[in-house]
Design a protein around this ligand. Sequence first.
Ligand SMILES: Cc1ncc(COP(=O)(O)O)c(C=O)c1O
Length: 440
Amino acid sequence: MSIKADELRAQINSLVKKYAAEVYVPKKFVAGESVIPPSGKVIGSAELENMVNASLDGWLTTGRFNEQFEKKLAEFIGVEFVLSVNSGSSANLVAFSALTSPKLGNRAIQKGDEIIGVAAGFPTTVNPIIQFGAIPVFVDVDMATHNIDVDLIEAAITPKTKAIMLAHTLGNPFNVGKVKEICDKHNLWLVEDCCDALGAKYAGKMVGTFGDIATLSFYPAHHITMGEGGAVFTNNPQLKMIAESFRDWGRDCYCAPGCDDTCGNRFGQKFGSLPQGYDHKYVYAHLGYNLKISDMQAACGLAQLDRAQEFIDKRNANYDYLRTRLLSTLNDFIEIAEPTLNSTPSWFGFPVTVKEESGVSRLDLLKFLDQTKIGSRLLFAGNLTRQPYFEGVEHRVVGELKNTDRTMCQTFWIGIYPALNEEHFEFVAEQLEEFFGVNF
Ligand SMILES: Cc1ncc(COP(=O)(O)O)c(C=O)c1O
């Protein structure tokens, strides 16, 4: 770059810093007037500067920022391979699809095979299974942790079972020690959806590093963001290569954007019934799509990674504060999720279940919260099998989904994301006390 261009870039960066100091500052909270969102992004000067610099590079597609992002995220998680993708949903699609690759021989998941999971969660943890033509098999969840009831899994296993695919619900790890033990015993793949759980640990080890392949989301509600984005990660080099192929149009070749002949044998191979020497760059091994991110997205994510641990610690501190505060007065009316035994969650939201004996309806409570400008969310689909799109979808339910239905009817979550603090939570607690008629 010329000296003139360098100088201009420095001037632009300095202006961006000034702009961020003016605009990206915490807003004063006015009780009853300010909205308390259930989730949100926390970005500032570093993210803006990185995004502007990525734009000035003019490279646009996945480039130098993404290279650093994938490397740094791999270090943060303690995993060998990270592939960025354009959403958490795409990450789940790529992770599941990787397990269907013919390159895996008789371990490849086939149409009609069964995949065990839960129905109380986000649809795109399950959708890749359905889309491929495999059968989701649902077992019930445990109300205390909002995760799979691990005692129900073995009864759901048949000769057709090939994998377990589960999310760590709202940042609370499922009992991945037990689930992995079952997978090992029955030779099943394990896919960990960590979209809501970056930084959560089980037995002192990051979630996502127990199973074969795992996923993240970087949508603004999540622990770190790049607007839209996600990642697939694994320690398995073969799964990494296959996942990359599914992400990059399904191609067999693994050249980075703008590169040719990385394998050194671009014109020397024979594939399927294509002619000898057909350009490796245009050989497609899988039914893939283009699910890559732009370098502007990676640039934002890279700056966010520097703050990931701070964000996780703040979310957990917020969770602990709100839990203690609400249990001190509302224990007779609501249930609050507990961290899974042997785990350190990385809370995404604060789940609350309205006790039936409280005599109040969740719908009335949600409307009341809405009026008081306290944002709330349901535990996503509640019970997936009851969603309109599930009509006619082939699936199997093992046992009863009693707690799943209870989650659908009685549970919701509120925000604990890093921009919220004790001032917000005091207001939330007071409003809930007013609603339940608790007066001090
Ligand atoms: C558990 C889980 N998996 C997957 C996703 C999908 O992520 P995205 O919105 O980035 O597609 C979400 C979204 O919040 C989620 O909560």
